[in-house]
Design a protein around this ligand. Sequence first.
Ligand code: TXA
Ligand code: MG
Length: 337
Amino acid sequence: MKTEVLKASEESIKKAAEIISSGGVVGVPTETVYGLGANALDEDAVGRIFEAKGRPKDNPMIVHISCLEEAEPLVKKIPEKAKLLAEKFWPGPLTIIMEKTDKVPSVTSGNLDTVAIRMPSHEVMRKIIKESGCPIAAPSANLSGSPSPTNAKYVYDDMNGKIPLIIDGGECNVGLESTVITLAGEKPRLLRPGGVTPEELSEVLGEIEIDKAVKAKLEENQKASSPGMKYKHYAPKIKVVIIKADSEKYVEYISEQKENIAALCFEDEAEKISVPCVTYGKSYDSASQAKRLFDALRELDETGAETAFAHSPSEEGVGLAVYNRLLRSAGFEVIEL
Ligand code: TXA
Ligand code: MG
């Protein structure tokens, strides 16, 4: 299959919507990361997403809508708490898990009785949903296990030959996937941190639980609340190790290492580092780190080094999402100095 990449325009959006409404898969931009979009209510179409990504079948999709009414047929009821969250954070980088109706096929929900719903803010994605006339299932547009793509070129690198069309809507603003919260249990529980922070969620909901898997590795026998949490994720080919230390100790540690290493550090410490280095944002600005992290992970592979030592970010606010993704890309390997 030849993969076409088209700049977002009225015409290309129409083409994307036509492919999606007739059962195909399209690479689509959102404000978080690029997605692989297909009709969420069409089992065969969703099956094509799993195929293109090489994704395990028990890992459910996020269903994207363009207005709240579109959620109504998909969920048993929209809980009050969901309405409050929607009012504050939609459209935007927040996914809400609710009890699903039979309208959502089990391939879309990974056989769970819940469905994850998000209303993205990216104008191009919103238009594609409206024109397609259906809710759009869209996981991140990377091959399963790789860092999520934040521009059309990276989607092409992973999906060339596997899907007919990618819509280029520019760089993603947030750079990390949406925050995922479940309202299907007794208490609201954060399953995946993202652009909407735990502090912001608590302002609306009061106390929320933070799933253990956000900062720790699941044990072999533990059940994942969010199936995606159990798989290796966001991993470049290079081995990544996280270093928890202040800037001075980190720089010193790097200088003591043998050859064939690279550094994943902050812009404001790069000049002190003498090995090949890739930067991911400013040390004091979590949003800038979020925006850069996945690109930086892909760039690390180009250094040709064997191991990358990554300087650990702050875990506050959006920093929790940055740390969560970095931890997975490092296979949970952390050295504390
Ligand atoms: O920002 C995003 O959310 C991007 C863009 C494209 O919208 N999408 C995205 O999808 O990150 P994906 O498939 O890469 O990640 C979805 C995560 C997975 O970890 C999955 O296990 C979890 O959400 N998830 C989906 N439905 C769920 C459900 N019903 N219960 C628990 N976890 C669920
Ligand atoms: Mg993903």
